[in-house]
Design a protein around this ligand. Structure first.
Ligand SMILES: Nc1ncnc2c1ncn2[C@@H]1O[C@H](COP(=O)(O)OP(=O)(O)OP(=O)(O)O)[C@@H](O)[C@H]1O
Ligand SMILES: [Mg+2]
Length: 198
């Protein structure tokens, strides 16, 4: 299965999503995370060798791909339309993370408008959700009114997500009383993907 994580906007949780979904898929079968972002954030995250899956740069990926069952691609922000088109053509599914912030939602709608013109399989994932806020409730209503395909699971706003990269681990392996909440939600997203694609 090839899954690409993309968004027209930066800082919406692409790398966090790519890393945690790679960990979920690795629990099913050998999984490779390709870091296709020039900033190499996932590669930096993996530097201490504590992530439970293999991370490769885009240049290093071709020789490795055949050894893995699942491929997760982390991409850079603001892809050109052609890049989005190539990603859609080359993946089984595109995941578009967005925060509940108005500007991020607006950019997600633009990405979906573009994807609707292609034969793309995509789904929107709400990230950094503080469910106590009106902002989060409004975002869900907005996305459902706009009829965007949305994962039922959503990723909560947690300090553990902010801190786990500097410890080189996924949130499941970061000591925090709320870590498991974040990991459970990424597992739920993974399960939704498996159901959709298999
Ligand atoms: N669910 C979350 N709760 C709290 N913080 C989060 C969450 N998801 C991501 N973050 C934090 O938000 C910031 C941006 O996340 P991330 O790097 O995953 O986004 P990105 O879309 O890959 O960004 P870029 O466009 O720069 O590549 C990081 O500091 C990350 O730790
Ligand atoms: Mg990133």
């Amino acid at each position: 299965m090839i899954i690409a994580i993309t968004a027209l906007k930066g800082g919406v949780g692409k790398t966090t999503t790519a890393v945690h979904l790679a960990a979920y898929f690795q629990s099913l079968a050998p999984t490779l995370l390709i870091d296709a972002d020039k900033n190499r954030s996932a590669l930096v995250w993996s530097k201490e060798d504590k992530l439970p899956f293999y991370v490769a740069s885009q240049a290093g990926a071709p020789g490795l791909i055949k050894k893995f069952t699942h491929i997760i691609i982390d991409t850079q922000a603001r892809p050109e339309p052609e890049e989005l088109e190539d990603l859609a053509a080359g993946s089984d599914m595109l995941i578009l993370p967005t925060t509940p912030n108005h500007l991020d939602l607006d950019t997600t709608v633009k990405a979906v408008e573009l994807l609707r013109t292609l034969d793309a399989n995509y789904k929107v994932l709400l990230t950094k959700v503080d469910s106590r806020t009106k902002n989060a409730r409004d975002a869900k209503k907005f996305l459902s009114d706009a009829q965007l395909p949305l994962f039922a699971a959503e990723i909560p706003l947690l300090v553990a997500f902010q801190r786990s990269p500097s410890h080189g681990v996924i949130v499941k392996d970061y000591r925090d009383p709320r870590s498991h909440i974040g990991w459970n939600q990424y597992q739920a997203v993974g399960q939704e993907i498996v159901k959709l694609i298999s």
